[in-house]
Design a protein around this ligand. Sequence first.
Ligand code: HEC
Length: 185
Amino acid sequence: MKRTPMFAVCAACVLLLGAWQTAANLPYELSGSKQLTLPDVTEYRQWPYMGTSMVPNDKNNGKAIFPGIHTVYINPRALRMRREKGIFPDGTIILMENHHVTVREAESGFGYFTTGGMDLLAAVKDRRQFDGEGWGYYFFADRELKAGKKLADLQPAASCRSCHQVGAAEDQVFTQYYPSLKKEP
Ligand code: HEC
């Protein structure tokens, strides 16, 4: 009987271990049908902060696409790669909380104050999972989150990707709006 050389067995083990580690270390969980598991809020809120934008309805004739305060987080490894190598690697997840707001007068003055409503938007880069430049987009609406929804379907390209492809400065990410992405001094 022909024996498999030892080095081939070792090489296979290394490859398998590598694949297992990559899957285990991903900062997001995708099912076979590409559904995204709701990321853990307490965990991602400890990730690096990418920036905040505010897009209220009253500045957009009541028609802002995601009206509210946008707070954006990115997983630590992706930010490191972006700063060191200028790329968003496979295994990037960017999460944007959209906090619903109302206009009020407070002790600090007139302003936009959060109502407690929040949608969660996600962009995941994984070229093994998604075609084109490798980004998949997901959306958890406030009412879905409150109803306990834990899985989101991949959004069709026309809902999210098409706008990101056209307007974003870099690899479908609107880096032009995140001064904090610049290399730290
Ligand atoms: C009409 C254009 C447009 C559409 C459609 C759109 N986005 Fe965005 N998105 C933006 C812009 C502009 C920003 C950055 C500024 C801001 O916060 O509004 C952004 C920011 C994001 C971010 C933070 C990372 C980044 O690239 O800035 C995520 C995540 C995101 N969007 C996900 C989604 C998802 C999921 C959908 C679909 C449900 C979607 N977007 C649809 C324009 C769009």
